[in-house]
Design a protein around this ligand. Structure first.
Ligand code: GDP
Length: 492
């Protein structure tokens, strides 16, 4: 990832060329969305979709195809808007970043300056006591490329990435298209297990048997193990980039799964539109979310800073406010996809969605809130956070009844012939049994009768028959206290 023209494509090309064996040079290299590169530390697969846009679009579909992000920054330029965006997108995904300081061959290269600037974004170079690996490279001359590959290997060693080759394959669709002669062509990355020709593959909502597989050098493959990118033929339906795939054993089970997925997709299409802040409260409260992710866009840098500061200060012990990305300018499709992938709300201060961003937000179910007064933005977020907190219930006392006589009926069990002393007793209400001022039981009222009829409520001064849900040990002169639980909005 990285800013435009900082050398992502050139670096990928350089890595690929350096790795093609002499005999293969000039031979066909298939474009299949990823390159597999052999290093002394083992193979590394580079996704050939340089840019945080594709990365985040995939993540929004639920796929994390990347273990490490290589951030390319031109040494003669510096941290640019898309550099910052890339950092935020990688960070939101929780993927570690390795920095390739590119164009080191250029006379104006200032690699230390780049380190300085990125430190400001929280990427402290390891050589300065931080956590991030920085490598000076030149895609033009090839300087440092070997070291970059080593750093990637080093980083992944620390992460202990492991996959079982001897299991049914799982992975992610990198891209897919319809070819006139060959039908659906899906370029996939195997993440777990081994994919075999003839396997029954479920990708997106499509199920089909693998007819043929080809690797990134155009070689026919019978099997593809973990981290292999391959081109797959044989799927009947076009999957989407970011769709996860699985190998399934049983056609019937798989069809059930396809049906369930189709239904889920249809349901999602219905529910993702027109999501209000109200829905958000409920959703978040139900999901026991403890974090509120925000993307903040504004017309001027000053108000971005003010908003970030004020909003993050709203964090409490229970809910943490994370500002995952900020920027100056209209709300873009990228912002929306990042929000979608990170379940974030977008706050626009004096800015609106640009181009297709509004439509994409709607289809992705991302909430975009526009404000022109900082206080209003703060107030709404505060409310959203109240939705984040688990609902709080308050007991509302309804009334008291005294047990005057206990009847035991064969079916109903113990019935408390009672007299309502104050307030009222309600069917469906909660009850406490108090004997000599000591609480002996707490539960719910099972039934409530006046004479022979079931009733909803009996008020003070009347007699009634009460049965309690699961409690028969009633005594004369017990007090039955009736109350209700009321949900109140949680206060911060
Ligand atoms: P991308 O937009 O990030 O994919 O950038 P490109 O790979 O297209 O590179 C942008 C420009 O920078 C091209 O003109 C490249 O030739 C040039 N470039 C890329 N890497 C280097 C490098 O290491 N040294 C020099 N001098 N130029 C480079």
């Amino acid at each position: 990832m990285g800013h435009v023209d900082h050398g992502k494509t050139s670096l990928l090309d350089r890595i690929r060329k350096a790795n093609v064996a002499a005999g293969e040079a000039g031979g066909i290299t298939q474009h299949i969305g990823a390159y597999r590169v052999d290093t002394t530390k083992g193979p590394i697969v580079f996704l050939d979709t340089p840019g945080h846009e594709a990365f985040t679009a995939m993540r929004a579909r639920g796929a994390q195809a990347t273990d490490v992000v290589v951030l390319v920054v031109a040494a003669d330029d510096g941290v640019m808007p898309q550099t910052r965006e890339a950092v935020n997108h990688a960070r939101a995904a929780g993927v570690p970043i390795i920095v390739a300081v590119n164009k080191i061959d250029k006379p104006g290269a200032r690699p230390d300056q780049i380190r300085q600037e990125l430190s400001g974004l929280g990427l402290q170079p390891e050589e300065w006591g931080g956590q991030t690996l920085f490598v000076n490279v030149s895609a033009l001359t090839g300087v440092g490329v070997e070291q970059l590959l080593e750093s990637i290997a080093l980083q992944t060693e620390v992460m202990e990435l492991r996959a079982k080759p001897d299991a049914p394959a799982e992975g992610v669709v990198l891209e897919a298209y319809l070819d006139k002669g060959r039908g659906v062509v899906a370029n996939v990355l195997v993440q777990k297990g081994t994919l075999n020709q003839g396997d029954l593959l479920l990708a997106g909502v499509g199920l089909g048997r693998i007819r043929a597989m080809t690797d990134d050098r155009g070689r026919r493959m019978k099997n593809a193990g973990p981290s292999m990118p391959v081109e797959v033929l044989g799927l009947p339906d076009l999957p989407m980039a970011g769709d996860q795939f699985f190998v399934v054993g049983d056609q019937k089970k798989a069809m059930e799964l396809v049906d369930a997925r189709k239904k889920a997709a249809a349901a999602k299409a219905k529910t993702t539109s027109a999501k209000g802040l109200e829905d958000l409260y409920k959703m978040m409260a139900a999901g026991e979310v403890q974090e509120l992710n925000l993307v903040i866009k504004s017309d001027v840098a000053g108000s971005v800073e003010a908003l970030v500061k004020a909003l993050t200060e709203l964090s409490t012990a229970k809910v943490k406010v994370n500002v995952i990305h900020t920027g100056v300018g209209g709300i873009t499709e990228n912002d929306v996809m990042l929000a979608s992938a990170s379940k974030a709300i977008i706050i626009g201060f004096n800015v609106r969605p640009a181009g297709q961003a509004g439509a994409v937000a709607k289809s992705e179910g991302v909430e975009v809130r526009s404000y022109s007064v900082i206080y209003e933005a703060l107030d709404d977020v505060k409310k959203a956070m109240q939705g984040l907190l688990a609902p709080v219930y308050k007991q509302k006392e309804l009334g008291k009844a005294e047990v005057r006589k206990v009847f035991v009926l064969p079916k109903a069990g113990a019935v408390a012939g009672s007299y309502v002393l104050e307030g009222s007793v309600k069917r469906g209400g909660k009850a406490r049994v108090v004997r000599d001022s000591v609480l002996v039981w707490e539960g719910a009222i099972a039934s409530l009768r006046r004479i022979k009829d079931d009733v909803r409520e009996v008020t003070a001064g009347f007699e009634c028959g009460i049965t309690l849900d699961g409690f028969n040990d009633l005594h004369e002169l017990d007090i039955i206290e009736c109350y209700e639980l009321e949900q109140v909005a949680a206060q911060l």
